[in-house]
Ligand binder design. Structure first.
Ligand code: HEC
Length: 137
């Protein structure tokens, strides 16, 4: 009997140890998800945020390209006057439709940053719908 209870004490201890260990490691595993789309302050569907994060954010965010930051800073977008948001959204749609963004010289070195047709459509639909809403309001 003594040896059995010692065995159960040890196994209970190792289960506790194991579960506290996995609990500790959980937040770390969750981090990459939060670091991607949700680090963007923009209120938009996750699908939209993911595209922006992957294909626009490197240049159009703090620490990005100086010329790009002058035109568009995604993190400041939500605090712009609605009318300025509207104009910027029109610019965004145009830059995607005309295939100006991401810039061609960048795509030569990073072809993987090119917007797929589906991504372009998702961004354009989101931006035009939001511009329309702002126009109505
Ligand atoms: C490799 C860097 C880079 C990436 C990636 C990039 N841009 Fe730009 N963007 C620039 C630069 C530089 C400018 C300013 C000079 C210019 O217009 O070419 C700019 C300007 C703009 C402008 C304002 C001027 C215009 O052309 O209408 C918009 C809108 C824009 N970008 C949208 C986007 C969107 C949307 C994405 C993602 C799909 C994106 N950019 C990705 C570098 C970038």
């Amino acid at each position: 009997m003594r040896s059995i209870s010692l065995f159960s004490v040890i196994s209970l201890a190792s289960i506790l140890l194991w579960s506290s260990f996995t609990e500790l490691s959980l937040p770390v595993n969750d981090m990459p998800m939060e670091m991607t789309a949700d680090s963007l302050k923009l209120k938009a569907p996750v699908a939209v945020k993911e595209i922006i994060q992957a294909k626009c954010y490197d240049c159009h965010a703090e620490g990005g390209e100086e010329e790009a930051m002058k035109d568009l800073l995604w993190d400041e977008f939500p605090s712009l006057h609605p009318e300025d948001q509207m104009y910027l959204l029109d610019d965004i749609v145009e830059s995607i439709e005309d295939k100006e963004m991401p810039p061609a010289d960048h795509l030569k070195e990073h072809p993987e940053d090119k917007l797929t047709r589906q991504e372009a459509r998702t961004l354009i639909e989101w931006a035009s719908a939001l511009a329309n809403d702002l126009d109505q309001g």
